[in-house]
Design a protein around this ligand. Structure first.
Ligand code: SF4
Ligand code: SF4
Length: 112
């Protein structure tokens, strides 16, 4: 089992999650974070930290897609374990659905 970051993170990227992860397995894209499923130890402490409720266990329905997306981008984006500055319009994107299809950026973030 692993936890993964899902659609709600896109353009929100609050980064509250990264500070609590005991194994530093978050990776930063330009407008989303992902978890490396092969490094996550399933502790679950990040899940309630996310204001967007973007972090889900892979035991939920239809999570296969997100496990693959998290694994793919964790392999190419930089690691992040310190909270950076959230986007100024992050709160405006909280309730928007299907952001991955319409707004996801493949570009890496800056990490820390
Ligand atoms: S706290 Fe949630 S919205 Fe913020 S970066 Fe982490 S997963 Fe994304
Ligand atoms: S479940 Fe635990 S190990 Fe996995 S990403 Fe969240 S805080 Fe890190």
């Amino acid at each position: 089992m692993t936890y993964v970051v899902t659609d709600s993170c896109v353009r929100c990227k609050f980064m509250d999650c990264v500070e609590v992860c005991p194994v530093d397995c978050f990776y930063e894209g330009e407008n989303m974070l992902v978890i490396n499923p092969d490094e996550c130890i399933d502790c679950g402490v990040c899940e309630p930290e996310c204001p967007a409720e973007a972090i889900q266990p892979d035991t939920m329905d239809s999570m296969e897609k997100w496990v693959e997306i998290n694994r793919q981008y964790a392999g190419v984006w930089p690691n992040i374990n310190r909270k950076g500055t959230e986007p100024s319009d992050a709160r405006d994107w909280l309730e928007v659905k299907n952001k991955f299809e319409l707004h996801f950026s493949k570009n890496p973030g800056t990490g820390n």
